[in-house]
Design a protein around this ligand. Structure first.
Ligand SMILES: Cc1cc2nc3c(=O)[nH]c(=O)nc-3n(C[C@H](O)[C@H](O)[C@H](O)COP(=O)(O)OP(=O)(O)OC[C@H]3O[C@@H](n4cnc5c(N)ncnc54)[C@H](O)[C@@H]3O)c2cc1C
Length: 461
């Protein structure tokens, strides 16, 4: 029952992942439909820190935010130790932006629509349509007329974030249906506040590491101009920590720079994955991108840039598959090869580091930042490459660091282990299997490696 529609591609969810894909497919000559449950005022409406590095736009081939969509240019990030006495300033390579997500998202959709991409807002995708074991489209309900739509397409893209509207209803036997473990995710809460004073250095983002305030995560103060700031915190899930909203009111709202509020423009929380990418981002007639495919930076939870890059690879594989007519997992596999051997390898290395950092106490973080173990170069290099090259002989040559490390032999050993596993995991991702048949064996190797790492570090979650 309902109205039947036919496209080449249906993109479900028009957040950063889905609308980037809609934009990138605008010149492909394909019949593309983007479906989004939210209305125009809520496009890209998921709560976010709103910070994004410039290089992601370049990598993905997307326009820089301009006009009202660009709220603040970012030049640097200050990372504060738990006592806030030690500060590391990271000069963002290439810089970054604080954006108005809805305005930027709408601008992408407008450009896509100009070139013939169809955009259907306020339309709720309910379920995948599977006929004789094959994914052929999605069933949706349009709010304006209450109509049920049977949207058929060669490829269904799930870009609905962690809600996974399509993915979670696929057959259990499909490897792409991979659940998100609680401890591999965070719940984050943020307010956008207008303050009654001029923010010092609005082009500098501030990140604070403090396990009491943000257990298993961090809290942030990101200026969006001189008098507006996005302030929030992320907390690891599955370990019994309080909800970040409570922690915000208890620890952040009581601080001078956060508490001097003229008005709260928006407040909300949401879940975010903080792990390596899903084992596969494609299956027969199906592609998963953005939070849906766990394409995020596990260290800081930033997912907009990774979603955009995943969208770029998806657009390439979608065009290719329409040339070959092969929409099977094999026909779409190039998406995995491109993502996993590049950004995915870095992501997997950072996932190892993320788990380790989540075991550290405030006192240990303070020590690492104070002794210079976590230096600007280390942090930048590690976040760019997903490797911990800092823990090698050249670093140990630094007498101060060596002396303090020798006073903490367990930490020295652990850091060597972390560095070793970051490299090993990365190497495994660089050898991501050439075809779907080889996937189960590769997944076994990845899982054993992570298990082995956790055992050696003593992580039991
Ligand atoms: C508090 C917080 C702070 C963050 N800070 C940052 C940051 O500063 N920088 C950064 O890069 N990342 C940050 N992130 C992560 C970032 O927000 C996400 O990685 C990013 O939004 C993922 O984009 P996406 O398109 O994959 O998913 P989403 O943004 O979740 O978009 C999914 C879309 O699908 C739609 N949808 C869902 N279900 C359906 C359905 N059934 N039918 C139709 N449409 C549907 C939703 O309405 C939504 O528009 C933060 C996250 C949180 C929670």
């Amino acid at each position: 029952m309902g109205e039947d529609l036919k496209y080449d591609v249906v993109i479900v969810g028009l957040g950063p992942a889905g609308s980037s894909l809609a934009y990138l497919l605008k010149d492909a000559g394909l019949r593309v439909l983007g479906v989004e449950v939210a209305g125009p005022g809520r496009v890209w409406g998921k709560p976010c820190g709103d910070a994004i590095g410039k290089q992601h736009f370049i990598e993905a081939g997307l326009p820089f935010p301009q006009g009202d969509a660009l709220m603040q240019v970012v030049d640097a990030i200050d990372i504060y130790s738990p006592s806030e006495k030690v500060k590391i300033r990271l000069q963002e390579p290439g810089g970054g932006f604080m954006i108005d997500r809805t305005k930027y998202g709408l601008s992408l959709l407008k450009e896509a629509e100009k070139k013939g991409v169809e955009v259907m807002l306020e339309t709720h995708v309910l379920t995948p349509i599977i006929e004789s074991g094959k994914l052929v489209g999605v069933k949706a309900k349009r709010k304006s007329d209450g109509k049920t739509l049977n949207i058929k397409a060669n490829i269904v893209v799930d870009a609905t974030g962690s809600g996974a509207a399509v993915k979670r209803k696929l057959p259990d036997t499909w490897p792409v249906k991979e659940p998100l473990k609680e401890t591999d995710s965070a719940v984050a809460f943020r307010k956008i506040i207008e303050v009654d004073y001029d923010i010092e250095e609005p082009s500098v983002l501030r990140i604070y590491i403090n396990e009491k305030i943000a257990p298993g995560g961090y809290w942030w103060f990101f200026p969006k101009g001189k008098r507006i700031a996005n302030v929030g915190l992320g907390v690891q899930r599955g370990r019994g920590y309080p909800h970040p909203r409570l922690l915000y009111e208890k620890y952040l709202a009581t601080r001078d720079e956060v508490g001097r509020v003229v008005r709260v423009l928006n407040e909300a929380g949401a879940l975010l994955p903080t792990r390596r990418p899903a084992n596969t981002l494609v299956w027969d007639n199906f592609i998963s991108i953005g939070d849906n495919g766990f394409t995020v930076n596990p260290l800081h939870g930033g997912g907009m840039g990774y979603a955009m890059v995943a969208a770029k690879y998806a657009s390439e594989v979608i065009v290719r598959s329409h040339e070959t007519g092969d929409f099977t997992a094999k026909g779409l596999w190039d998406m995995n090869l491109k993502y996993m051997r590049g950004l995915g390898a870095k992501q997997a290395g950072l996932d190892i580091l993320r788990m380790y950092l989540q075991t550290l106490t405030n006192e240990e973080v303070e020590w690492a930042m104070k002794t210079g173990l976590a230096t600007v170069d280390n942090v930048i290099e590690t976040s760019l490459t997903g490797e911990l090259r800092g823990v090698n002989l050249s670093l140990l040559e630094k007498a101060k660091v060596l002396a303090s490390l020798l006073k903490r032999p367990t930490k020295l050993v652990q850091l060597m282990i972390v560095g070793e596993y970051m490299s090993r995991v990365k190497a495994l991702y660089k050898k991501y299997p050439e075809s779907p048949e080889e996937l189960p064996r590769w997944v076994d190797s990845v899982e054993s490696l992570y298990k082995e790492f956790k055992k050696r570090i003593g992580i039991d979650w």
